[in-house]
Ligand binder design. Structure first.
Ligand code: ITT
Length: 211
């Protein structure tokens, strides 16, 4: 199926594209479609914001669209930055400033209290308005220092997931404590918040489309 990946975040686009293509879909980005819309994300939940983006972009492109709204919910910060993850430090999408602010907010917080969940809501929208939203979560913790790797974007260098995806689809403990940035794309997609949300979407899509 032809699907528009409704995101202005290039890191997210890369992941949505590789996951959707692995599921057999053809993906068009906003850039490829010459769509320049950045809808206001004024929802209170990830699901509400994913719906807002999917609806606006689907109207603009006229075919099936997937939008993702995601963020990092840190337990010691009562779930912050949460839905405000992209603009945590003020300027929308400034990854370096967001990471610095988060490390500062958790300065001195002990390892066992640095637990966090990465959350993703993905909304699949059809031009007739029918839509399906799925959510995925990845538990882990926020490292006190940067753990840069060959991959990733956003909070990836400071987020250490609890598990690592294996080629056979199982998950093993992340004993080496590698950050999201230090996982290969396959390892990340198998356990990431976005990978899990997209897997649920893939499982529910046939029934949704035929229902
Ligand atoms: P779009 O709305 O155009 O999709 P955005 O970057 O504004 O792009 P969000 O509002 O969903 O997207 O914000 C998500 C924030 O969480 C943003 O700062 C991302 O960098 C970060 N984020 C989401 N998924 C991530 C991941 O897998 N790894 C690292 N950071 C991630």
């Amino acid at each position: 199926m032809l699907i528009c990946a409704a995101t202005n975040n290039q890191g997210k686009l890369k992941e949505l594209r590789r996951i959707l293509e692995a599921q057999g879909h053809e993906v068009k980005s906003l850039k490829e479609l010459d769509i320049h819309i950045d809808p206001e994300e004024n929802g209170e939940t990830f699901a509400e914001n994913a719906f807002i983006k999917a609806e606006a972009i689907c109207k603009a492109c006229g075919f099936a669209t997937v939008a993702d709204d995601s963020g990092l919910c840190v337990d010691a910060l009562s779930g912050a930055p949460g839905v405000y993850s992209a603009r945590y430090a003020g300027e929308h999408g400034n990854d370096d400033a967001n990471n610095e602010k988060l490390l500062g907010a958790l300065q001195g917080v002990a390892r066992e209290k640095r637990t966090a969940q990465f959350v993703s809501a993905v909304c699949f929208m059809l031009p007739d308005g029918r839509h399906l939203t799925c959510e995925g979560q990845c538990p882990g913790w926020v490292s006190p220092d940067y753990r840069p790797g060959d991959y990733g974007f956003g909070y990836d260098p400071i987020f250490v997931p609890d598990g690592v995806g294996m080629p056979d689809g199982t998950v093993r403990p992340n004993t080496e404590e590698r950050s999201y940035s230090q996982l290969t794309p396959d390892e990340k997609d198998a356990i990431s918040h976005r990978g899990r949300a997209m897997k649920k979407l893939q499982m529910m899509l046939p029934l949704f489309l035929n229902g």
